[in-house]
Design a binder for this molecule. Sequence first.
Ligand code: NDP
Length: 297
Amino acid sequence: MSADIIDGKAFAAGLRGRVAALVGPFRDQAGRAPGLAVVLVGEDPASQVYVRSKHKATVEAGMESFEHRLPADATQDQLLALVRQLNEDDRVDGILVQLPLPAPLDEQQVIATIDPDKDVDGFHVVNAGRLAVGQPGYVPCTPLGCLMLLKDRIGDLSGLNAVVIGRSNIVGKPMAQLLLAESCTVTVAHSRTRDLPEVVKRADIVVAAVGRPEMVRGDWIKPGAVVIDVGINRVPGAEPGKTRLVGDVAYDEAAAVASAVTPVPGGVGPMTIAVLLRNTLVAAHRRTGVALAPDAI
Ligand code: NDP
């Protein structure tokens, strides 16, 4: 058997297109475009790349992008003051503070200061709580993107066995909550899980969010399972001095057993920014009271 490739790049492009198509009607009714503010502290090269791509995608979708840069030696008070200013700014529907923050800044305090109704990253405890109890809120972009890919591939997920490997607040835990809300039987595995291959073998759905290159092997996977690989790991490439990206799943092995697999790159990765735009559009509608059809995006 050779698995289908789940084309996250194409799905993300479609989602971005659907979001962009809804920006015009929103602007007509609200008198302004949806606005996303991104805060970058310091000069971390990877963070700079992420912030640049978020800005580009926001503008391409027809939304307003507000970029705020603070020096690496910015104080906690300066950062909190900026977040509070963005909370008060009516043109801003979504606030994203690019993580990680340089030491010694306190990420948890910064996240806690963001207005939960502008927390389009879904990291505020209020939004984690809303997700846990099934109230509308904002769900972290990467796991919501994974769920969209799964529903697009499988349809109704109810009753399926799902194993999520990883229990971070950003990916693993919200992913497990989302799958539970879809009525999957969910197992959350982590570094202390005993006999992980056996646990994974029971899964109809495997979501790997570990950060260990190609850890999940083909013989761990139940034939016909759907495998979502969140991992992004840089490893040495074939040529000296070059690197390449691999996921947490041994792709070729998994593709020989699974019914569908996300590749790395081009699987989950492109979904994150697309869902960020989706969350921002939703926030703009909720904050202004402009109606958005529940199945619009
Ligand atoms: P974290 O480092 O926060 O969490 C990793 C999780 O994996 C932890 O729960 C840890 O367990 C678990 N783990 C570590 N080693 C093992 C092991 N040997 N067996 C089983 N579980 C293990 O990572 P994130 O959740 O932030 O990210 C996971 C991966 O996803 C990374 O590769 C990251 O780059 C990628 N990522 C990709 C995104 C995207 O596509 N846009 C966005 C976010 C992340 P324990 O809790 O016990 O320590």
